[in-house]
Write a protein that binds this ligand. Structure first.
Ligand code: PMP
Length: 406
């Protein structure tokens, strides 16, 4: 059975909003996705019915809340096919997960002069934490270049390895270009050199079926809010063999075994990495987001989103003076473009007045903007609740705007 898009749209209350009296067209899904009622309700249910701190109490509410929280750990593990739910660490989001890795793995793996390989298309959250490690420990950062098409140059990647390479950390899908990187090949190459790999799955986990065991990645990180879940919650998957040897990232309650002033011992994984009260309401709502995606079927959602993407590329080509950034062969439903010499901010502001929510700017990927010699792009990113009619409206609006700014 195909998807009933109107029914799906009615699951997302915000889509009925008007902006300046015009129906909202939400094309900023790569920044954050909207939330279905079931996710909003799951979080409200925690506060309405069983809010209580997890792992701490002997009382009924705490047990209910702990159970719901831990059930989501299992749900996430099965969603990404982790070998065990102990390998799932709850964080605040992708940024927090990468910081945890740069902090903890940074201490465990790196000495002065050791190297990490990143790519030119990384989000700042997969660059700056490593630069902080560079400052702390004197490590080197090497960068996989991006081709004119917006793909990673894999021949150049092979040549970046040295005896000092300790880690590769790359994005699965670019938040700017939509490029789906060949992470299977990247992981295989890195492992040939005995180097572990971190995959930033912030733009991928809600689009593609992820099997971390098949991929054989060492770490996979993502954010709840980009996969129709709440803000302030994310995931770090790590292979047990790494998590067990990594030092804790933050200290505090929950992450300990025994504390005394003569010395402290730490809890087992995953708790060793979850200091303090977690965002349990957010985690529980993330579980509802996974249920929603699985109920609809990731592959059906992908198929529909891809049809929107292909439709949009064809239609947008008719806008005079449009220039696309990124033409990778394998892409998700993200399109970055410029109109003539107009600044992306001006295009975005005019679109806003017409009810469109699109992202403009550098998208937290300034090195990629430098690579293409541009200050930023206008980015349309589609989700399964978008429609071809909305794309037609965008094309028409851009035609108008091009006439004004042209
Ligand atoms: N990586 C990528 C590829 C992203 O698109 C984003 C969000 N734009 C992040 C990391 C950071 O995610 P968060 O802000 O949720 O931590």
């Amino acid at each position: 059975m195909g998807l009933n898009i109107q029914e799906i749209r009615s699951d997302f209350p915000v889509l009925a909003e008007k902006v300046y009296g015009k129906p909202l067209v939400y094309f900023d899904n790569a920044a954050t996705t909207q939330k279905p009622v079931s996710v909003i309700q799951a979080e409200a249910d925690v506060y309405n019915h069983y809010n209580s701190n997890v792992h701490r109490g002997v009382h009924h509410l705490s047990n209910v809340c702990t159970q719901a929280f831990e059930d989501v750990r299992k749900k996430v593990a099965s969603f990404i096919h982790a070998a065990s739910s102990d390998e799932i660490i709850f964080t605040k989001g992708t940024t927090d997960s990468v910081n945890l890795l740069a902090g903890s793995l940074g201490d465990t793996l790196f000495s002065v002069g050791d190297e990490v390989i990143l790519s030119e298309m990384e989000h700042h959250s997969n660059i700056v934490p490593w630069q902080l490690l560079q400052k702390r420990k004197g490590i080197e950062i090497k960068v996989i270049p991006v081709t004119d098409e917006g793909e990673l140059d894999l021949d150049a990647f092979e040549k970046l390895f040295s005896a000092k390479t300790k880690l590769v950390s790359v994005t699965h899908i670019s938040n700017v270009l939509g490029t789906i990187n060949p992470i299977e090949k990247i992981i295989e190459t890195a492992h040939k050199h005995g180097v572990p790999v971190v995959i930033d799955g912030a733009q991928a986990v809600h689009h593609l079926p992820i099997d971390v065991q098949k991929l054989d990645c060492d770490f996979y990180v993502f954010s709840g809010h980009k996969m129709y879940g709440p803000t302030g919650v994310g995931v770090l998957y790590g292979k047990r063999k790494w998590l067990e040897i990594m030092e804790p990232y933050q200290g505090g309650g929950e992450m300990i075994d025994k504390v005394s002033f003569s010395g402290t011992t730490f809890n087992d994984i995953p708790y060793k990495f979850e200091a303090g009260t977690p965002n349990f309401a957010g985690v529980i709502a993330l579980g509802a987001a996974i249920d929603y995606l699985q109920e609809k079927g990731l592959s059906k959602l992908w198929e529909y989103e891809h049809s929107l993407f292909e439709y949009a590329v064809e239609k947008l080509k008719t806008v005079p003076n449009i220039h696309f950034i990124g033409k990778a062969k394998a892409r998700t439903s993200v399109i970055s473009f410029l109109i003539g010499t107009a600044h992306p901010f001006d295009v975005g502001t005019l679109l806003d007045k017409l009810g469109f929510a699109l992202r403009t700017g550098h998208h937290c990927a300034q090195p990629l903007m430098d690579r293409f010699g541009i200050p930023g792009t206008v980015r349309a990113s589609f989700a399964f609740y978008n429609t071809k009619e909305e794309i037609d409206r965008l094309v028409q609006a851009l035609g108008q705007i091009e006439g004004m700014l042209g």
